[in-house]
Design a protein around this ligand. Structure first.
Ligand SMILES: C[S@@+](CC[C@H](N)C(=O)[O-])C[C@H]1O[C@@H](n2cnc3c(N)ncnc32)[C@H](O)[C@@H]1O
Length: 263
C-alpha cells in the first residue's frame, strides 16, 4: 500500500464537489447526445483493457459515476466519496497493494490531478506486469484549442511543466475540479509519449489516439442542450466516426491513451 494516506478534504470543498457531481448527473439524464459520446468512448476504453484475470479494474476520479453504465466491472473511486463509489482514493496516493491491479481507468481526470508525476509513479507501483492505464482526456488541437480556450470554463495553459509538482508540494485543500486542460496534450500529444517513457521506464505508451470532432461541443456537453436537432447530430456523429485518425490531429477534441506496465 502507499504509505501516504490521502487526507480528507475540507467539508466546504467536499460539498461543492458533491454538488458538481449532482449537476453533471442532471445534465446527463437530459442530454442523449452526451450519453452517446460517452458510450462511444467507454466502448473504446473497454476494448483497451487487459483480461480481468490479471487483477481488478479500478476507475480513479469516477465523479458522477457514468462508467457504471458502460463497464459494470469497474470499481468506482474518487478523492471525494459519493454513495456510488466503492471507496475514497486519491490519484497521487493509491491505497492499493504493490503489483495487485489489472487496470486503472481515468476519464477526464488527469487534467485535474495536481501532481501527475506522483500519479504515474503510483500507477507503476500498483499495476501487475501487462496491466494498463487507460486515459480519456481533452486533446488540444488547432481547432479544439480555440473552443476549449475561449468557450469552455476550464483553463488551457500550454506553458506549464506538467511534471513540476510532486504530491508533497500540493496543497491539501486543492479543489478537485481545479484543472489545466493542456496537461494530457503536453504529456502525450507532442511526441507520442516518448519523453514520458524516459521518465517512467516501467510504463510503455502503447497507443495515443486522437478522436472526437466538432460533434462533441455540438452535443452541448454538461452546460447546454445540443446545438443541433437530434437526428442531424446523430448523423454528424456517425459520419465523424468514419474519418481516419490523422484528421483528428487537426480538429480532435479528445485523446485516448493506452499505457502498459512492462514486465
Ligand atoms: C471532470 S470530473 C470527471 C468525472 C468522471 N470521470 C466523468 O468523466 O464523468 C474529474 C473528477 O476527478 C476527481 N479528482 C480530481 N482530483 C483527483 C485526485 N487527485 N484523485 C482522484 N480523483 C480526483 C474529481 O473529484 C472529479 O470527480
Amino acid at each position: 500500500m502507499s504509505d501516504q494516506a490521502s487526507p480528507e478534504l475540507p467539508a466546504d470543498l467536499r460539498e461543492r464537489t458533491l454538488a458538481h457531481f449532482e449537476n453533471h448527473r442532471r445534465a446527463w439524464r437530459s442530454n442523449a447526445a452526451l450519453r452517446t459520446c460517452y458510450g462511444h468512448w467507454y466502448h473504446r476504453i473497454r476494448e483497451a483493457l487487459p483480461s480481468r484475470d490479471l487483477g481488478p479494474w479500478i476507475e480513479i476520479g469516477s465523479g458522477p459515476g457514468f462508467a457504471r453504465e458502460f463497464i459494470p466491472e469497474l470499481e468506482l473511486t474518487d478523492v471525494v466519496q459519493a454513495p456510488w463509489h466503492a471507496r475514497r482514493m486519491s490519484a497521487e496516493a493509491l491505497s492499493l497493494d504493490d503489483s495487485s491491479v489489472g487496470a486503472l481507468v481515468l476519464f477526464d481526470v488527469l487534467h485535474h490531478v495536481a501532481a501527475p508525476a506522483s500519479f504515474f509513479a503510483e500507477a507503476a507501483r500498483v499495476l501487475r506486469p501487462g496491466g494498463r492505464i487507460v486515459l480519456c482526456e481533452p486533446y488540444i488541437s488547432p481547432v479544439s484549442g480555440l473552443v476549449y480556450g475561449h468557450l469552455h470554463p476550464e483553463p488551457v495553459d500550454m506553458s506549464v511543466d506538467p511534471w513540476e509538482k510532486a504530491a508533497e508540494d500540493v496543497a491539501l485543500a486543492k479543489d478537485p475540479f481545479a484543472s489545466n486542460q493542456a496537461i494530457p496534450t503536453l504529456i502525450f500529444g507532442r511526441d507520442q509519449g516518448r519523453a514520458f517513457e524516459r521518465k517512467f521506464p516501467q510504463l510503455a505508451v502503447v497507443r495515443v489516439e486522437r478522436t472526437a470532432g466538432l460533434s462533441y461541443p455540438a452535443s452541448g456537453g454538461f452546460s447546454h442542450a445540443p446545438f443541433v436537432p437530434a437526428p442531424l447530430w446523430r448523423g454528424w456523429f456517425g459520419l465523424e466516426n468514419l474519418l481516419p485518425e490523422f484528421v483528428f490531429r487537426g480538429l480532435g477534441f479528445r485523446m485516448i491513451v493506452e499505457i502498459e506496465r512492462r514486465p
